[in-house]
Design a protein around this ligand. Structure first.
Ligand SMILES: Nc1nc2c(ncn2[C@@H]2O[C@H](COP(=O)(O)OP(=O)(O)OP(=O)(O)O)[C@@H](O)[C@H]2O)c(=O)[nH]1
Ligand SMILES: [Mg+2]
Length: 380
């Protein structure tokens, strides 16, 4: 059965409203190199398609990995470290070794020291049964980083005997799987490998800022008898992006490196992150809050006593996203999460970014739906 080279779905000629549709004539003209209508529309018109996001079907596909001797590249978005780990993913991978790739580090400001990222990832990994070989932090759009990843794969596949420096003749694993949530950059990495190592002139797999671009497994040769395999991502129900439309997701996604926005704040002040999050601060001394979020996300500072009224009047106007009532309803009501920071704290909000807070005994009240993953890390 032929498959779309852009998203991996089996092709069909009968229903143009369903995924995988292509006109029969195209298969005659193009042989095996066929994109389905959906991929064509995403690549050329950036059309938005509603996506299937069934976690059980996802597990069915991915959990086959545990029955193989495989290497897993688990890709995580640097802007969503805590949300990046798919629940129960360790069970799906089984005993196989994993490399964690923290991707999109190109969006971080140059002066941010990234070693805290590795520390945080290590803390998250401790709570799983993942067998982590290494953590690589970078951008898969950068050729040198891709070469580092591929070298790592090769070295693990044919490990050198340290004493004799002799490459072990037998490979240590068969296939290499790229897994991770939707839009973390799995297919972008595949395309880079295709261009750097497999002689492809251009990107082959469809990539896009939309979620669930890749629908089924896409296999390319790794060596004579094994494959490097791109997998579909799953949208994280705890990531804000899951509840938002393309326009809002575009606003929350940093395009180039983000400029941290620093606020010197006092007791009784509030910051709105668009209409998505409200943070109230209760402090005995002035303090600072540095926002590592997309430059396009509007941050509004006000007094806490005025915050309710401003939200009532300005939601979906000044305070965007959300842009529509439907989007607002999908988000749902805010809960209030409280936390205390003694000196330094990092607040991670899945789908938005993170905030570094520095102050003495600072109390924060985060207004956000409880379903969105929020994590406070102290003293990093
Ligand atoms: N800034 C930045 N953007 C990236 C990087 N890698 C990928 N992207 C962007 O992230 C978006 C998603 O990339 P994809 O490669 O389609 O992600 P995916 O993980 O294959 O997504 P699904 O197929 O939906 O699971 C695209 O807009 C990419 O251009 C990176 O290193 N830096
Ligand atoms: Mg993909």
């Amino acid at each position: 059965m032929s498959r779309c080279i852009g998203c991996g779905i089996p092709l069909q000629f009968s229903d143009d409203s369903k995924p995988g549709y292509v006109k029969e004539i195209v298969t005659i003209e193009n042989g095996e190199n066929i994109y389905c209508k959906r991929c064509y529309d995403i690549i050329h018109h950036n059309f938005q398609y509603s996506v299937e996001n069934d976690l059980n079907k996802y597990y069915d596909k991915i959990s086959k990995i545990k029955d193989e001797k495989a290497l897993v590249l688990l890709i995580v978005d640097v802007m969503d470290l805590y949300g990046g780990f798919i629940p129960k993913i360790d069970e799906c991978i089984g005993n196989n070794e994993t490399i964690i790739i923290v991707n999109k580090a190109d969006v971080l400001p140059k002066d941010l020291k990234v070693n805290f990222i590795e520390k945080i990832v290590l803390e998250i990994v401790k709570k799983t049964s993942l067998k982590v070989n290494s953590i690589l932090i970078g951008s898969v759009k950068n050729n040198d980083f891709v070469k580092r990843i591929v070298n790592k794969i090769e070295n693990l596949k044919y490990r050198t005997n340290r004493k004799t420096k002799y490459h072990h003749p037998k490979s240590f694993f068969d296939n290499c799987y790229l897994i991770g949530h939707a839009s973390v950059g799995k297919s972008t990495l595949m395309n880079q490998i295709g261009k750097l190592y497999l002689g492809y002139q251009d990107d082959v797999i469809t990539t896009s800022a939309q979620y669930n671009t890749t629908i089924d497994l896409i296999k390319w040769p790794l060596d004579q008898n094994s494959f490097i395999i791109d997998t579909p991502g799953i949208v994280n129900y705890r990531n804000y992006g899951y509840y938002l439309d393309n326009k809002s997701i575009t606003i929350l996604t940093p395009k180039k490196y983000l400029k941290p926005r620093v606020f010197q704040l006092n007791d009784g002040q509030t910051i709105f992150l668009g209409g998505l999050v409200r943070i109230d601060f209760i402090a005995s001394k002035p303090f600072s809050a540095c926002f590592y979020v997309a430059n396009t996300l509007y941050l509004h500072r006000t007094k806490t006593i005025k915050a309710d009224k401003i939200f009532e009047e300005q939601a979906m106007k000044l305070l965007v996203p959300p842009f529509s009532q439907t989007e607002k309803e999908k988000i749902g009501d805010f809960d209030i999460l409280e936390d205390k920071i003694e000196q330094v704290g990092l607040l991670f909000i899945s789908g938005i970014g993170f905030i570094r807070l520095v102050g003495d005994n600072l109390l924060i009240k985060v207004h956000i739906p409880r379903k969105i993953k929020v994590e406070m890390v102290k003293d990093v």
